[in-house]
Design a protein around this ligand. Structure first.
Ligand SMILES: *Cc1c(COP(=O)(O)O)cnc(C)c1O
Length: 381
């Protein structure tokens, strides 16, 4: 047994002296959560209309700089909705990374489109611009402002890069490549609320960006998601489609298109607003914790994954790389048996039964990360 494992457990226990077992990530409610929830109940505005829905959206617009934020039921549906809004059609191909939460790939399948897996960069753990360009050069052509996969003859309509564990990927390069190839970008920023790349909020580079407020994320609404866009017209259209395509009128019920009920209830938005008020505190706390981890692992022969140049990570989940798969398994076993919750990276999407036949590029980096990565406790307390 590597003696560093015990040192690591002791170190993590010193960071969370009052938790046993130590969770990977738990929510933190230290602000106006109770007050706002009580206000919902006292005013009876608990459902899909109410001032917290608007206040939460405006707060996220202000924080992220996105022209329009549209709150929805969860991040998974936000991704599905975003793909629909940018015009992904059945049989299209959508490029994404294999190292992600399953929702990213599922959202492509909901559109009856085909996920295509492109490798990640080893340092950002997000979609690799190099891998993207090399895939397109050998597999795609542009015709009449569309990108076509010349082997399958299918249209490559969209690309979904993801900011893994809150670490921004090289999103500006990805945007440039996709622009040149007539591919729309939906940014999966589900894990990266508050993370910046070149000073700009993640999720605001693509045509649409998606946030998640699930219970394990940096801020939570219990369950919830958000679309971000700088296209105000598209944002307004998204709001209207997400509210049953109801034409605005004080009493008349008229719908002029097939809409959806993707609305987030006021109760959840109340929680969201209270959480947003603490986001800067959460991120300061997390960045401080990240620095402690980085210093701890510095001389221990375990790689701590840091933000890259130009990136400011929210450090949602801290991540380390062990030497190989075997050492990773040993580390997971040791830490979990000693009440420190740790977890491996997601299984790569291309190896899941429903995506096993999907097209993929060379995935050396993703495979390397899958073999070696472990997430370690990262809660704000
Ligand atoms: C959490 C997450 C989602 C889905 O969000 P939900 O709100 O849980 O539906 C999508 N993509 C990634 C990368 C996530 O981490």
């Amino acid at each position: 047994m590597n003696p560093v494992f015990k040192e690591t457990v002791d170190f993590i226990k010193s960071l969370y002296p009052n938790r046993n077992p130590i969770p990977l990530h738990e929510p933190c409610f230290k602000g106006n959560e109770k007050k706002y929830l009580e206000e919902c109940i006292n005013t009876s505005y608990v459902s899909s209309v109410g001032k917290f829905v608007d206040a939460f959206e405006r707060k996220i617009e202000e924080y992220s700089g996105a022209k329009k934020a549209v709150v929805v039921v969860n991040g998974t549906e936000a991704l599905h909705f975003a793909l629909k809004l940018i015009g992904v059609q059945p049989n299209d191909e959508v490029l994404t990374q294999p190292l992600t939460f399953v929702a990213t790939a599922n959202s492509i399948s909901y559109c009856n489109a085909h996920p295509v897996f492109i490798d990640v960069d080893i340092d950002t753990m997000g979609l690799s611009p190099k891998s993207l360009i090399s895939f397109l050069k050998s597999n795609a052509v542009t015709k009449k402002n569309e990108c076509i996969n010349k082997h399958t003859n299918r249209r490559i309509k969209a690309c979904i890069p993801m900011h893994t564990f809150g670490n921004p990927c090289r999103i500006d390069e990805i945007i440039d490549i996709c622009y040149n190839w007539h591919i729309q970008v939906v940014e999966d920023a589900a894990e990266s609320v508050g993370s910046l790349y070149k000073g700009r909020h993640t999720g605001t580079y693509g045509k649409i960006g998606v946030l998640s407020f699930n219970g394990n994320k940096t801020i939570t609404t219990g369950g919830g998601g958000m679309l971000l866009t700088n296209d105000e017209e598209l944002g307004s259209y998204a709001k209207y489609l997400s509210t049953q395509a109801k034409v605005n009128h004080p009493w008349d019920y008229y719908h002029d298109e097939i809409g959806y009920n993707y609305r987030m209830p006021n109760l959840n938005a109340a929680l969201g607003l209270a959480q947003m008020e603490q986001l800067d505190y959460f991120i300061d706390y997390k960045r401080n914790l990240a620095e402690k981890y980085e210093n701890f692992f510095g001389d221990k022969g375990i790689t701590y994954i840091k933000e890259v140049e130009n990136a400011r990570s929210n450090y949602w989940l801290n991540a380390i790389l062990l030497r190989d798969r075997e050492e990773k398994e040993d580390f997971l076993k040791y830490t979990n048996e000693h009440n420190v919750m740790t977890r491996p990276a997601w299984r790569l999407m291309n190896n899941l039964p429903m995506f096993i036949n999907c097209l993929k590029a060379d995935l050396t980096n993703a495979e390397n990360i899958e073999d070696r990565l472990v997430n370690i406790p990262s809660s704000v307390i």
